[in-house]
Structure formats: structure tokens, C-alpha cells
Design a binder for this molecule. Structure first.
Ligand SMILES: CCCCCCCCCCCCC[C@@H](O)CC(=O)SCCNC(=O)CCNC(=O)[C@H](O)C(C)(C)COP(=O)(O)OP(=O)(O)OC[C@H]1O[C@@H](n2cnc3c(N)ncnc32)[C@H](O)[C@@H]1OP(=O)(O)O
Ligand SMILES: NC(=O)c1ccc[n+]([C@@H]2O[C@H](COP(=O)([O-])OP(=O)(O)OC[C@H]3O[C@@H](n4cnc5c(N)ncnc54)[C@H](O)[C@@H]3O)[C@@H](O)[C@H]2O)c1
Length: 259
């Protein structure tokens, strides 16, 4: 774990911060000195995450105002726009780091998948990242601030998966969106990269039938599922200037699964 406070001047907006990868990312960025705006559809869960965060760079209880929780549904244009307004009103600046972790699954085989299952997954996993990225980029460009945008895709966006036509499409879309954003915003010193986790031990992955789980663990070269902290390690790197010449990249955090 990095000991330096390489994010001490950063304000990080993390969506999906109330659970799993988003919570681990929030904890890690705060430990490296960032002020964290923890956003989730579940506002109480976002608040629980904020309680876990020390002050910027400390393990002690955060002084009031170091971090804050926000409730928002990223798939709704109005709430996504209002989220960025609320974050800037609270911290008096736009977030220089934006990590979109909010995501859902509605798994079903193609032959049985409902239109609603398709629509919901695309709305949260892909449109949600479009809306948050657009609102954050507008704030950064208008203020002339550089930034680092990190979008959480999935290895499934690269290889597909049975029962996940909706999810695979959404995550493949995140990769393409990230590359397009990187091409457009590089001139404004705003970087945009995606992270492709493999099987990570979170509530989302717990819904996988055991017989499928048994199949996949044997396929992972490192022989075990990943932890949310494994993803947070990479996100912290991409958020920092240590990755200052990296943009448009897709970084796989999979233990070698589907390399
Ligand atoms: C050769 C083995 C390949 C294993 C590959 C597994 C890939 C998983 C890696 C995930 C990494 C990243 C995930 C990340 O982005 C976060 C998530 O998305 S976690 C959720 C991942 N979701 C799934 O993998 C879907 C799991 N499947 C289901 O939820 C159900 O099967 C469902 C699609 C809802 C259908 O349920 P139903 O009860 O109708 O059918 P069964 O569950 O009985 O399944 C019927 C047979 O199909 C086999 N099956 C189902 N899903 C998969 C799958 N993803 N990969 C391979 N095989 C699958 C299942 O084992 C049954 O086989 P059998 O008839 O032999 O018992
Ligand atoms: N767990 C894995 O194996 C895995 C692998 C690859 C990618 N991912 C991706 O990582 C991200 C985080 O997943 P996780 O495993 O931590 O799942 P999780 O279910 O633990 O956390 C997802 C969080 O997103 C929030 N959320 C859902 N819909 C939202 C919305 N409309 N607006 C705001 N917040 C919303 C949920 O309330 C929850 O707190 C997701 O994008 C997921 O697709 C997960």
C-alpha cells in the first residue's frame, strides 16, 4: 500500500461508494490524502463509507468537512447534474478525480432477457457513466482544472459472459466511451482510463450460482478471486500523477483471468 500522500490536493468523486469496489476506492483515496465525495443510490451506505474515512492522509476520525456523502441515481440526467452542483457547492471546487463504480447486474440468458433488464443495466452502467463524466468534465473544463477520470468496466466487457448480454454490452461501451473521452479531453489535461476487474469478492459477485463460481476459480491463473482493494490499488495509481502520461487505457485487474 502506498505510504506517500500523492493525492493530498485532490477532491475525488466516487460513485457506487456505498459498497464493494467503490467503498474500497474511497478508503484508499482518502488514505492517500484525497478529500472524498462518496456518492451512492443508497445514501445511508454512502454515509457509512464516509464514517470509515480518516482525515486526508490520517487514520484518525475525519475532521468535519474532510469528506461528504451524497445520494444520487447516476442513471438520471437531472440527479447526475445536481450531484456535481452539490459537490462543488460543498467543496468549493470541481472534483479533480472522478471514479465511476456505480453498477448493477440483471443476469438472464438472451432467450429470456426482458427489455427492462436490458434497459436498466445500460442506464446505470453506461448512461450513468456518460452523465457523470459529462457533468464532471464540463465543470473541470470551465474552471481550467486538470483531472483524472476512471471508469470501472469489467473483463466481461472484453470477452462477454453467458447470462450477461446486457452487462457485457454496457461494459464494452464503457471502454469505448473512455477512449473517446480520452481523445477529446487530453487537450484540457484531463485523462480518462478504464479499469477491467475480474471476479472480485463483493455483494455483486455473490449472486453468481456456486456451480459457476466453482468453474471460474479454476480458470484464474493466480488461483483465487480478487479483493476490492486490488482494484483500489490500480485506481489510486490512475488517479495520481504517477500515471500522468496514461490516458485511454484499459487496465485489467483479473488475476490473469481471460488475459
Ligand atoms: C467454462 C466455464 C466458464 C465460466 C466463466 C464464468 C465467468 C464469470 C467471470 C465473471 C468475472 C467478472 C464479473 C463481474 O463483472 C461482476 C459480475 O458480473 S458477477 C455476475 C456474473 N454473472 C454470471 O456469470 C451469470 C451467472 N449465471 C446466472 O446467474 C444464471 O445461470 C442465469 C443466467 C440467471 C440463468 O439461471 P438459470 O437458473 O436459468 O440457469 P442455471 O443457473 O442453472 O445455468 C444453466 C447452465 O448454464 C451454466 N451457466 C450459467 N451461467 C454461466 C456462465 N456465466 N458461464 C458458464 N456457464 C454458465 C450453468 O453452470 C448451468 O450449467 P449446467 O446445465 O451444466 O448445470
Ligand atoms: N465484483 C466484481 O466481480 C466486479 C467485476 C468487474 C466489474 N465490477 C464493477 O465494479 C463496480 C462496483 O461493483 P461492486 O462489485 O462493488 O458491486 P456492489 O453491488 O458491491 O456496489 C455497487 C454500488 O453501486 C450502487 N449503485 C447501483 N446503482 C446505482 C445508481 N443508479 N446510482 C448510484 N449508485 C448506484 C449500489 O448501491 C452499490 O453500492 C460495478 O460497476 C461493477 O459492474 C465488479
Amino acid at each position: 500500500m502506498a505510504s506517500q500522500l500523492r493525492l493530498r490536493s485532490a477532491l475525488a468523486l466516487v460513485t457506487g461508494a456505498g459498497s464493494g469496489i467503490g467503498r474500497a476506492v474511497s478508503v484508499r483515496l482518502a488514505a492517500e490524502g484525497a478529500a472524498v465525495a462518496a456518492c451512492d443510490l443508497d445514501g445511508a451506505a454512502a454515509q457509512e463509507t464516509v464514517q470509515l474515512l480518516g482525515g486526508p492522509g490520517s487514520e484518525k476520525g475525519a475532521p468535519s468537512g474532510a469528506h461528504a456523502a451524497f445520494q444520487a441515481d447516476v442513471s438520471e440526467a437531472e440527479t447526475a447534474r445536481r450531484l456535481l452542483e452539490q459537490v462543488q457547492a460543498y467543496f468549493f471546487r470541481p472534483p479533480s478525480v472522478v471514479v465511476s463504480c456505480a453498477g448493477i447486474t440483471r443476469d438472464e440468458f438472451l432467450l429470456r432477457m426482458s427489455e427492462d433488464d436490458w434497459d436498466k443495466v445500460i442506464a446505470v452502467n453506461l448512461k450513468g457513466i456518460f452523465l457523470v463524466t459529462q457533468a464532471a468534465a464540463q465543470a473541470l473544463v470551465s474552471s481550467g482544472c486538470p483531472g483524472s477520470i476512471i471508469n470501472i468496466s469489467s473483463i466481461i466487457g472484453k470477452v462477454g459472459n453467458m447470462g450477461q448480454t446486457n452487462y457485457a454490452a454496457s461494459k464494452a461501451g464503457v471502454i469505448g466511451l473512455t477512449q473517446a473521452v480520452a481523445r477529446e479531453l487530453g487537450r484540457y489535461r484531463i485523462r480518462c482510463n478504464s479499469v477491467l476487474p475480474g471476479f472480485i469478492k463483493t455483494p455483486m459477485a455473490q449472486k453468481v450460482p456456486q456451480k459457476v463460481l466453482d468453474k471460474v476459480v479454476g480458470m484464474i491463473p493466480m488461483g483465487h478471486l480478487g479483493d476490492p482493494e486490488d482494484v483500489a490499488d490500480v485506481v489510486a495509481f490512475l488517479a495520481s500523477e504517477d500515471s500522468g502520461y496514461i490516458t485511454g487505457a484499459s487496465v485489467e485487474v483479473t488475476g490473469g483471468l481471460f488475459m
